[in-house]
Design a protein around this ligand. Structure first.
Ligand SMILES: *[C@@H]1O[C@H](CO)[C@@H](O)[C@H](O)[C@H]1NC(C)=O
Ligand SMILES: *[C@@H]1O[C@H](CO)[C@@H](O)[C@H](O)[C@H]1NC(C)=O
Length: 440
């Protein structure tokens, strides 16, 4: 009986794997990684450029298109239009005739300098159009729009394969496919691209994120709210991105120590609600540019490293709902730009006077910890149960910045007074937190 059910299980598993392969794998296996390097953009956004190049000879008057580059994309758009079976805002009604640049909703043109010196289709902006169709995919569309710089399609129903040559689109810098219907693996096809903005949030991508994602030359990397499931790649800190949101996936393992390598660039990172575990690496203290660090709702443990004293720009530090313990370092409570230090739902056992001041100002949140004398703490039994199991995080007194928080604070003549700045206002201007919204 037992053997029988194991065989069944194995068969089921096999079937599941076969199904996954049948539905998820597309035909191109090669994932060449092309050397990065942001080419000088030869396109002027917003017109201008009158002094560049020589003017084109004006086309014959009967020529219906604005340029040869527009003529090239006309049949591509018409072909794509056939794939749209649901268009609730009647957008495609405007996609008639040759005047793409002035009449077609969702497309914009600009002057392409360099190779052609003419008007070209520079962008696709389908945000919120909610297009649908059984074959609504990028393949056969984006790869045949050779001059586009941006492709923004938040809240549609794109799915299916990525074109194998998407990274050959010469000027494609921004790709936003957030809140679409993608399933299966991370699209390897984009790994050779020169994208500066990559937004794949709110799909159901699953499996692993290839480490090459963290060597893409992006400023923005939003892959939150998918089903990515893997140990965070060791090279996380290789990313040059300023804004990173990995929230609401199933990443596991520790925060890689490589995170410190992003110290000169990273401004906001959100790791919220994953399955991260292990100790907080001291290298987080190297994030001297960071204004937002949110690793709440994970299984992180250990003490707050003293290196956090070096987070001189930090405004929101959210470590709530983990398994952190120890004293909250006084120097962290003296960080000059703190607006919110959220440590609720952990196992901290003590705070000093500076931290107490922040509790009173509602900057430091410490609900549900093990701190005697503070309201809304865990029960003694809960605290005792937690501390009865061995915790293996080393203590580190390493402080990588020359001046700790106190000195820095005095020299900036900043105060702990958060007049006019609230967590809400910080979150409103935060690009990484904005990515937690489904629609843009
Ligand atoms: C789109 O067109 C259909 C039929 O022409 C019309 O009934 C509907 O109200 C239009 N929808 C919008 C959002 O304009
Ligand atoms: C990608 O491949 C398609 C199909 O072979 C081709 O039509 C298109 O021009 C290619 N696009 C780029 C950017 O190389």
């Amino acid at each position: 009986m037992l053997i029988h059910s194991n065989v069944c299980l194995a068969l089921l598993l096999l079937l599941a794997i076969l199904l996954f392969h049948a539905t998820c794998l597309n035909t191109n296996q090669a994932h060449p990684i092309i050397a990065n390097g942001r080419e000088a953009l030869e396109i002027i956004i917003g017109g201008g450029g009158g002094s560049y190049g020589s003017p084109l000879a004006s086309p014959p008057s009967y020529y219906p298109f604005e340029s040869k580059r527009i003529e090239i994309v006309y049949p591509v758009i018409q072909k794509f239009k056939q794939k749209i079976t649901s268009d609730p805002y009647n957008i495609t009604n405007t996609w008639v005739g040759p005047d793409i640049c002035n009449n077609y909703k969702g497309f914009f043109c600009d002057t392409l300098l360099g190779d052609y010196n003419s008007v070209a289709l520079a962008g696709v902006t389908f945000n919120g159009f909610n297009f649908d169709g059984p074959d609504l995919s990028l393949a056969g569309f984006i790869d045949e729009l050779p001059d586009i710089i941006v492709f923004h399609a938040n809240s549609n129903n794109f799915k299916g394969p990525f074109p194998s040559n998407i990274s050959k689109i010469k000027y494609l810098y921004e790709l936003d496919l957030s809140n679409n219907k993608y399933t299966c693996e991370f699209p390897h096809e984009i790994l050779g691209s020169q994208l500066t903005f990559l937004d794949l949030r709110y799909n159901t991508f699953s499996g692993a994120v290839p480490p090459q994602v963290f060597t893409l030359d992006v400023d923005v990397l939003f892959i939150n709210n998918n089903n990515f499931m893997q140990k965070l790649p060791d090279n996380l800190g290789s990313t040059p991105a300023l804004y990173v949101t990995l929230a609401n996936n199933r990443f596991t393992g520790p925060i890689p120590t490589s995170i410190g390598r992003a110290g000169k660039t990273l401004i906001e990172i959100i790791l919220l609600n994953n399955g991260l575990s292990g100790c907080l690496p001291c290298e987080i203290g190297l994030l001297e540019k960071a204004t937002v660090f949110d690793a709440s709702r994970n299984y992180l443990t250990g003490r707050i490293p003293l290196s956090f004293t070096c987070l001189g720009m930090i405004e929101i530090l959210d470590l709530a709902d983990n398994q952190l313990y120890g004293h909250v370092p006084e120097l962290v409570c003296e960080l000059p730009n703190l607006v919110t230090l959220s440590l609720s739902y952990n196992y901290f056992t003590g705070i000093g006077p500076k931290c107490l001041e922040l509790v009173e100002k509602n900057v430091l949140h410490l609900r549900m910890n093990c701190i005697p004398g503070l309201p809304d703490q865990r029960t003694r039994a809960q605290c005792r149960a937690f501390f009865s199991t061995a915790k293996g995080c080393p203590r580190s007194n390493w402080i990588p910045c020359s001046s700790g928080g106190v000195i820095r604070r005095n020299s900036l003549e900043s105060s702990l007074d958060t007049n006019g700045i609230s967590a809400v206002s910080v979150k409103l201007k935060s690009r990484a937190y904005a990515a937690l919204n489904r629609r843009l």
